[in-house]
Ligand binder design. Structure first.
Ligand code: ARG
Length: 572
C-alpha cells in the first residue's frame, strides 16, 4: 500500500465525522512536512466553519498514531503530516520481500487489444511508426505485467488500391529481383519506382487498375504476388522490431486484409440499424456530434461509390471483431494525433452499432511528431523521410563509441552489448519521457548524455548499484532490519514506496512520461543518498539496511525500465 492511500484511508473517516459529509482528504507530498492535506480549506465554505477548527477536529478523530510522528494544523488550516521513521521503514521492509515491488496484479483483469506499430506494406517505416511501436510496446508490457490479457494487433496496411501498381511493378521486375530489393530494406524506392511508372506510363497505369480488380476478385496468381509483397515487408519489419527490442512477433500481424471477409457483415448490420445514408454514391454513416468547420455533418465513408471498402470500414470491422469475437473490453489505438478525428468517428459509429458498449471502450492513445533540430518535422539530409533503421544504427554507433570512451575496461563484445542497450534505450526513452501529446526534438547529445532525464543516466545508476554488490560480494539480506535515520535515506525510501502508485496511474492514462519522471527522481534520490551515506563502510546493522535500499532501488529501476522496453546492463 502506498502512503498517499494509507493516509487517505486514515483521514477520510475523520473528515467525514468532522464535516458530516464524505470528503476526499486529497493527500499529497508536501514541501513543509512529508505530506499535507488542504481539504479543510475547501470544506470550510461548505460547512460554514473556520478551517483551522475543522482541521483540529479531524486530528482528534484520525487514527494516525502508528503512521505519523507529527500531525499538526498549520497556517489557515493545512494538515501537515510527518511520517514516522518506523512506519516508513516497515513499508520498505515489506517491499524488500515483495517480488512485485508493491505493484499488485489487477483485481479486474481485462482483455485489452493494443493496436500499434501498423506500418504499411512496401513502404518504409517512418518516425511516426517508431513512436507508435515504442509507446504501444510499453503499454503491452505494462498491462501484461498487471495481469491483463493483452492482444497485440499490428494493423498492417496491406490492402487497397496502391497494390495494383505495386504488384505490376513486382511482376515487371521479376520476383527474384523484387525480393532482393525489398530484403535490403529498400521499400521506399520500390514504392516510388512503382509510383513514377504509374504517373508516366498510361499502359502501366491501366494494367495496375486491372490488377486492383483482379486482387479484389481474389485471382490466385495476383494473390500470390500480393502475398510475396506482404511477406517480404513483414520480414523486414521483424528485423526492425528485433533491433528495437520490442515484443511484437510475426503472430501479431493482423493486417487490414484480414478483415476483408467481415466487411459485408459490417455494412449489413449498419443497414439493418438504419444508420447508412447514401452520399455521392457512397454508403456513409453520419455519427452524432461530427461536424466539419462549416458546421455541416461529417460522414464516415463505409463503402465507396466504386463498391470498394476503405480504412474506416476496416476499422469498424476490427472493433466488431475485437469486442465481439475476442471479448476485449479495452481497445487502445496507438496512432498519431492527426488521426484523432477518424477514430472519434469510428468509435461513435461502433457505439451506435452496438459493437462498443460498456464496459467495452476504445481510447485513442495519440501522440505528436518527432522534430529535427530545426524544430520542423524530422527529415533526412536530402529532404525525404528519415529511415528508421538508419536512425537506430546511428544511435547504436554513437552509444558504442561513448561506451568505449567512458569505460576503456570493456572488451569489444561488452562495448557492443552496452552500445546497443544504451543506444536503443536512449531512443526509446527520449520518446517515452516526453509527454506523448507533444512534439519533441530529436537531440542526440541530450538523449545520450549521462546527466539528466535520460536512459543512460538511469542505466548508469543501475549498473553502479550492481558494482556495489560485486564489491560487497553478497546479495542484500532481504530480512535485514531497515532503519532510516538520515534525511537522504528517508527521501529515497519515499520514492521507493511510491512505485506502485505511479504504475497504477500510468496503467490508466498511458502517459509514460510519468513513469520515466518517477524513475528519474528515484535515481536522483539514490545518487544523493549514495553521496551522503556510506554503504559498504557503514557499521552493522546500518550497512545491511543500506544494502536493502540499494537493492530495492536497483530492482525498481530494472523493472521500471523493463516496462518501458529498456535494458539494464550489469556494467557500463
Ligand atoms: N497504417 C496506418 C498508418 O501508417 C496506421 C494504422 C493505425 N491503426 C488503425 N487501426 N487504423 O498511418
Amino acid at each position: 500500500m502506498d502512503l498517499e492511500k494509507l493516509l487517505t484511508d486514515r483521514l477520510g473517516p475523520a473528515f467525514a465525522t468532522a464535516a458530516g459529509v464524505p470528503v476526499n482528504p486529497v493527500v499529497r507530498r508536501s514541501p513543509r512536512a512529508d505530506f499535507q492535506s488542504d481539504a479543510a480549506l475547501a470544506l470550510a465554505r461548505r460547512v460554514g466553519r473556520p478551517p483551522r477548527d475543522i482541521a483540529a477536529e479531524v486530528l482528534e478523530y484520525a487514527d494516525l498514531a502508528d503512521v505519523c510522528s507529527v500531525a499538526e494544523v498549520s497556517g489557515p488550516g493545512f494538515l501537515n503530516l510527518t511520517v514516522a521513521d518506523a512506519a516508513l521503514a516497515g513499508l520498505v521492509s515489506a517491499l524488500a520481500t515483495d517480488p512485485r515491488l508493491g505493484v499488485p496484479v489487477s483485481a479486474e483483469p481485462e482483455t485489452v487489444v493494443i493496436d500499434y506499430s501498423a506500418p504499411n506494406v512496401a513502404k518504409e517505416m517512418h518516425v511516426g511508426h517508431l513512436r507508435s511501436t515504442v509507446i504501444g510496446d510499453a503499454a503491452s508490457r505494462l498491462l501484461e505485467w498487471l495481469g491483463h490479457r493483452v492482444l497485440r494487433a499490428n494493423h498492417l496496411g496491406d490492402w487497397g488500391t496502391p497494390f495494383g501498381m505495386l504488384i505490376e511493378h513486382l511482376a515487371d521486375l521479376g520476383e527474384a529481383e523484387a525480393a532482393r530489393e525489398m530484403s535490403m530494406g529498400d521499400l521506399d524506392s520500390f514504392y516510388k519506382a512503382a509510383r513514377v511508372k504509374f504517373d508516366a506510363d498510361e499502359a502501366f497505369a491501366e494494367r495496375s487498375r486491372l490488377r486492383v480488380v483482379a486482387l479484389q476478385g481474389r485471382d490466385p496468381m495476383t494473390l500470390r504476388l500480393w502475398r510475396l509483397l506482404v511477406e517480404q515487408s513483414e520480414r523486414y519489419f521483424l528485423t526492425v522490431y528485433d533491433m528495437l527490442d520490442v515484443t511484437l512477433t510475426e503472430r501479431d500481424f493482423h493486417g487490414e486484409s484480414s478483415y476483408n471477409d467481415l466487411l459485408t457483415a459490417v455494412v449489413e448490420d449498419l443497414g439493418r440499424l438504419g444508420l447508412l445514408r447514401e452520399s455521392d454514391g457512397a454508403a456513409c454513416v453520419f455519427p452524432p456530434g461530427s461536424v466539419g468547420r462549416d458546421g455541416e455533418p461529417l460522414p464516415l465513408i463505409v463503402r465507396k461509390s466504386d463498391g470498394g471498402y476503405g480504412y474506416a470500414a476496416t476499422d469498424l470491422a476490427a472493433i466488431r471483431q475485437r469486442t465481439g469475437t475476442l471479448g476485449a473490453t479495452r481497445l487502445l489505438y496507438v496512432v498519431g494525433l492527426p488521426q484523432r478525428r477518424h477514430f472519434e468517428m469510428v468509435y461513435a459509429v461502433a457505439a451506435q452499432a452496438g459493437w462498443l458498449s460498456p464496459p467495452a471502450r476504445a481510447v485513442h492513445v495519440g501522440f505528436g511528431s518527432i522534430l529535427g533540430s530545426d524544430g520542423r518535422m524530422l527529415r533526412s539530409r536530402v529532404g525525404g523521410s528519415v529511415k528508421l533503421v538508419g536512425l537506430l544504427e546511428e544511435a547504436i554507433a554513437r552509444a558504442t563509441a561513448l561506451a568505449r570512451e567512458r569505460n576503456p575496461d570493456l572488451n569489444k563484445a561488452e562495448a557492443a552489448e552496452v552500445g546497443r542497450a544504451v543506444g536503443i534505450g536512449a531512443v526509446k526513452y527520449a520518446d517515452l519521457s516526453n509527454d506523448r501529446h507533444r512534439d519533441y526534438v530529436l537531440d542526440w547529445e541530450r538523449m545520450l548524455s549521462l546527466d539528466g532525464n535520460t536512459a543512460p543516466y538511469l542505466q548508469y545508476a543501475y549498473s553502479r548499484i550492481q558494482s556495489i554488490f560485486r564489491r560487497a560480494g553478497t546479495a542484500a539480506p532481504p530480512h535485514a532490519v531497515v532503519s532510516l535515520a538520515e534525511p537522504a535515506e528517508r527521501a529515497l525510501a519515499f520514492e521507493l514506496v511510491g512505485f506502485g502508485r505511479v504504475v497504477g496511474e500510468v496503467a490508466e492514462n498511458l502517459e509514460f512520461h510519468h513513469l520515466a519522471g518517477y524513475l528519474y527522481r528515484l535515481a536522483a534520490a539514490f545518487s544523493a543518498f549514495y553521496e551522503r551515506c556510506p554503504v559498504l563502510r557503514a557499521e552493522e546493522p546500518v550497512r545491511d539496511s543500506r544494502l536493502v535500499l540499494c537493492d530495492l532501488t536497483a530492482r525498481v529501476l530494472r523493472q521500471g525500465l523493463h516496462l518501458l522496453g529498456i535494458r539494464t546492463p550489469e556494467r557500463m
